[in-house]
Design a protein around this ligand. Sequence first.
Ligand SMILES: CC(=O)N[C@H]1[C@@H](OP(=O)(O)OP(=O)(O)OC[C@H]2O[C@@H](n3ccc(=O)[nH]c3=O)[C@H](O)[C@@H]2O)O[C@H](CO)[C@@H](O)[C@@H]1O
Length: 371
Amino acid sequence: MTTYLLAGGGTAGHVNPLLAVADAIRAREPDAVMIVLGTREGLEARLVPERGYELIFVPRLPFPRRPNRAAILFLPRFNRAVSDLAAVLRARKVDVVVGFGGYVSTPAYLAARRAGIPIAIHEANFRAGLANRLGAWLTTRVGVVFPGTRIRHGRVVGMPLRPEIQNLDRAGVRAEALRFFDLDPDRPTLLVTGGSLGARRLNGTAVESASALVAAGWQVLHITGQKSEVSDPGIDHYRMIEYCDRMDLALAGADFAVSRAGAGTVCELSALGIPAVYVPYPVGNGEQRFNAASVVSAGGGILIDDAAFLPAWVADELVPLLRDRPRVRAMGELAASVGGRDGAERMADLVGEALGRARGGVNPAIPGADA
Ligand SMILES: CC(=O)N[C@H]1[C@@H](OP(=O)(O)OP(=O)(O)OC[C@H]2O[C@@H](n3ccc(=O)[nH]c3=O)[C@H](O)[C@@H]2O)O[C@H](CO)[C@@H](O)[C@@H]1O
């Protein structure tokens, strides 16, 4: 019996690949003990127990950015978190730590190192985050999604997709999925999603463009994100929801998407052959746009800046595109050509390698990917 500790959390984009890998390992080893490490504040606090996995917490300890009281207290607190965690790893006889990046992962990597436990890492974003770049000094098992991601030992395993998305038969369940959302199975459907957090620009422009989209013969499933301030236009063929717990059904119903470029959403849309307009989140160092780069250059998506995603753009560019059904279908095929569905299995193989089991199904290291 093997005990796995999976560390990751924050937004759904960070939790879902972790759940997908946990599901893939559990399918192979029904008696595996699975412990998830997260924070109380992240979405994992709801999503992990719902999936039936044990969740334990570390305090949320972001790296200090300014010299203040919190910065002085950071090191002792962080050290304490690492020691406590190393003790948990020993007490629970954890065999391997699998980290997905973010605040939670750094103490997990260091505690694993202290307790002499092997580590495997998954990096979902094109631009690798700090926690994983640090962690990659402590292991050679580093799975990435995008060829070209620069991180030590990175090799492409793809995005772990939850089983209900990995095995989704879109055509088979499309009608039922649209009825689930109270939508018309006979209309083409535009999915609008700002990722797990929502996106103000997408919400505003989608609502203002509602009539034009419906007049083009489409219907809209608009996921606004929680606490969004946008109000429902209240017209026929336009359905607004805050957060969608059945993303598999939303994706089954979608013929086109307007989306942020979070790594998870980009990979789910591509894997299922859903073409999209990607509007990357405009802050940070613009890393979201890199997540969409491969599907966009394959012709399966269009990239547009947040500031340019306005109702006039929808009227002049998106509506004519949506009216051109053969073009929409062709874009879907091009999206599917870059999207893989076996990321969870390939990452589970990599975790197996970290445990010293036989290698299989994983690409060799990407030449030149070492930072
Ligand atoms: C602002 C921010 O920090 N964004 C990051 C965050 O995005 P975010 O959390 O939005 O993540 P992604 O786009 O990667 O994934 C969203 C996930 O949530 C699911 N979903 C979404 C909406 C919903 O109503 N229901 C639902 O289940 C989607 O199916 C998908 O699995 O993590 C991503 C993965 O590290 C990063 O690439 C993003 O840059």
